[in-house]
Design a protein around this ligand. Sequence first.
Ligand code: SF4
Length: 328
Amino acid sequence: MELRLTQYIEELAKRSPAVHKQFYPSPLEDEPDEQAMDDPLGEALYHAAPGLVHQYADRALLLASNKCFAYCRHCFRRLWIHNSNNSPPSNLPPSNIPPSPCGRGRGRGAYVAYLHNHPEIKEILLSGGDPLTLSDEELRSLFADIRQASPDIAFRLCTRAPVVLPSRISNEFVAMCASFKPLRLSIHLNHPDELTSECRHALSCFVNAGIPVLVQTVLLRGINDSVDTLTCLFRQCLSLGLQPYYLFQLDLARGTKHFRVPLEEGLELYDRVKEGLSPVPPYAVDLPGGGGKIRLSKEIIAGIIATEKGRFYQLRDKDGRLWLYPAF
Ligand code: SF4
């Protein structure tokens, strides 16, 4: 994955090793990783229309853009999100090709029709890439088309813009978002160093406009894998009126092995964070291969098995099915 930064992140990375590690490449990305997957979440299995992933009955995900302002080295869509031609990588077998982003207007009729014909979808997540790489007008038109097709649908706008380019957030943009309530903002935030005064200001604009801000954090080796760091991060979020929403176990994307915290270690860390803080977000993993999101606890570990690819935990989902996650 190429290096891509905003000037803002370049400056912040000079002061923060935790930010530096998230955005600057490491030679460790080239280490062999037998357990890595091209589509770790199995999104290709749920491709319903161009750019649309429908995995959970009551919500769907729209890949609104394949661009980001800065590229996170731990990105789970890293293989295909940064293609300049908006197409998935050509070297993947068809069953492993994630859906392409819908881009500017491309395929809009198909996914809008799909949403219209599936009233059970109550929330649409706009993700990517970063949907805020679209212009305000493009986003407004996207919101309007979707709302017209499905009048009661709620929006969840998933972005890293307040963290990597806070100047992208203007009062006009926030007012436009507020005009499409119910709408929630979902941000990806991993370390207290990312909560600069600029970032706090950008987030406060949403909070003050009555737009709930959900925080998703990825557990990353050498960045936030300590009780103090996570506690400090969640505390600061709560004091800013943000909702710590999920702490995620890292997905099995290629080139990210050096960021992975073993599951058992993650569970112990999480228990210690819980002892000192309430509320804490659930600790969860997207089950590799399309099993969906599952909350992690020692109780769901059914056992450990050895395969030719190494040792794996067997995780039991709510329907009793077993899924594998590497035991390092
Ligand atoms: S902002 Fe999200 S989609 Fe973009 S590079 Fe980072 S993790 Fe990947």
